[in-house]
Design a protein around this ligand. Structure first.
Ligand SMILES: Cc1ncc(COP(=O)(O)O)c(C=O)c1O
Length: 399
């Protein structure tokens, strides 16, 4: 058996598309200068940077005339900037959903230490935010609401346009973390109605180290970094031109190839789930009734321990994860599955498989075979361990 690793962890990060690497290499030559420099090479770098910024905004449905694309180091920084920048000074009230990424949860917890009150919008058993609960949570002191566009663990898509419709009459800005959705599904910032939207390039076969916060025109945002005039002072620091070009190229490639990629990826993901359900009928598919990202599958193999399963699958050559890359490594149960009301055995046995544009049918077939083999082997081992524990003791001899 070949044990070459089959990579099914694209929600953690995706391999760089070689065409993106080429575009970055070209721009690193043409635009090596600092785009803030006033000389010719600096202006050349500025032109290339601004063209990438404008095209990224256009591909994500931002208004070229009004909205701003603020480059950051990735989604974690964009989420920090959005929450802290929109919340402003305490006191005040911040609402996040119960299934946000650790970078939103951690920022909200930081805001709480500053004196903000935080509350969480609940989700249903499919991991979809309960919009009806929002109006009662909004107060005159609410500074920002943050609800992600698609969940990184289950893939469940969130009704952000309906949430925006609740926030608008209250005059509360809505932030949405679109890190897992941008590029893979069409995102139209203007029609979503959010005040700010987070993206990150390494989730869509672009480079690591660049993301953006798209900010609606006229929405006040306080910076979280200081000491430079770049990007209107909202995110100071020299802009990474070749990373911006890479992000733009990766988005353009998804835009051009989206329907082909998504049809193929969704069919592969559905095929993987079908094979696992056939081989292991008690497998539980999370968020199964929700509209889901086509590349994400969160499954529980009841009776098994997710950490033991992850290790055994890694040895068998399947790279997957137990949840968010920012939380994996921790043995904490998934807050997302807990918020969905899953019991301990479902939470303790859940793994995430996520596919990318380069995933092939042969990889999915082989991965399903390896997963079933590992699941059955671990179950047999658990069964014989239980049987030997329960075996009657030899009757004690009477003297
Ligand atoms: C929904 C979501 N938000 C934010 C992040 C953080 O992204 P980055 O690695 O670009 O900081 C991730 C990455 O796992 C994510 O899935």
């Amino acid at each position: 058996m070949s044990t070459q690793a089959i990579y099914l962890d694209h929600n953690a990060t995706t391999p760089l598309d070689p065409r993106v690497a080429q575009a970055m290499q070209r721009s690193a030559g043409e635009a090596f200068a600092n785009p803030a420099s006033q000389h010719g090479p600096g202006q050349q770098a500025r032109r290339i940077l601004e063209a990438a910024r404008q095209r990224i905004g256009q591909l994500l449905g931002a208004s070229a005339a009004a909205d701003q694309v603020i480059f950051t180091s990735g989604a974690t920084e964009a989420n920090n900037l959005a929450l802290r920048g929109l919340a402003g000074q305490p006191p005040g009230h911040v609402i996040i959903s119960a299934i946000e990424h650790p970078s939103v949860v951690g920022t909200a917890e930081y805001l709480q230490t500053l004196g903000f009150e935080i509350c969480r919008l609940p989700v249903d058993t499919d991991g979809v935010v309960q919009v009806d609960a929002l109006p009662a949570l909004l107060t005159p002191d609410t500074r920002v609401v943050s609800v992600m566009l698609g969940n990184n663990e289950t893939g469940a898509l969130q009704p952000v346009d309906r949430i925006a419709a609740c926030c608008a009459p209250a005059g509360v800005p809505l932030h949405t973390d679109a890190a897992q959705v941008a590029a893979k599904l069409p995102v139209n910032f203007q029609s979503l109605g959010a005040a700010a939207l987070t993206v990150t390039a390494h989730k869509f076969h672009g480079p690591r180290g660049i993301g953006a916060l798209i900010l609606r025109g006229g929405v006040p945002l306080r910076p979280i970094l200081f000491g430079g005039f770049q990007q209107g002072g909202l995110r100071p620091g020299s802009e990474p031109v070749e990373l911006a070009v890479g992000m733009c190229t990766a988005l353009e490639l998804w835009d051009a190839e989206r329907s082909e990629r998504n049809g193929r990826i969704a069919a592969l993901r559905d095929g993987l789930e079908r094979k696992l359900l056939t081989g292991c009928p008690d497998t539980v598919v999370h968020a199964a009734r929700a509209a889901r990202l086509p590349h994400t599958s969160c499954l529980s193999f009841t009776g098994l321990d997710r950490q033991a399963l992850l290790m055994a699958l890694d040895q068998a050559g399947v790279a997957c994860s137990t949840g968010s890359a920012c939380a994996s490594g921790s043995s904490e149960p998934s807050p997302v599955l807990l918020a969905m009301g899953c019991d301990e055995s479902l939470v303790g046995s859940a793994l995430r498989f996520s596919l990318g544009a380069t995933t092939t049918a042969a990889e999915v077939d082989e991965a399903a075979r390896r997963i079933l083999h590992v699941v059955n082997r671990l179950r047999d081992r658990n069964k014989s361990a239980n049987q030997s524990r329960l075996a009657p003791l030899e009757p004690s001899k009477t003297l």
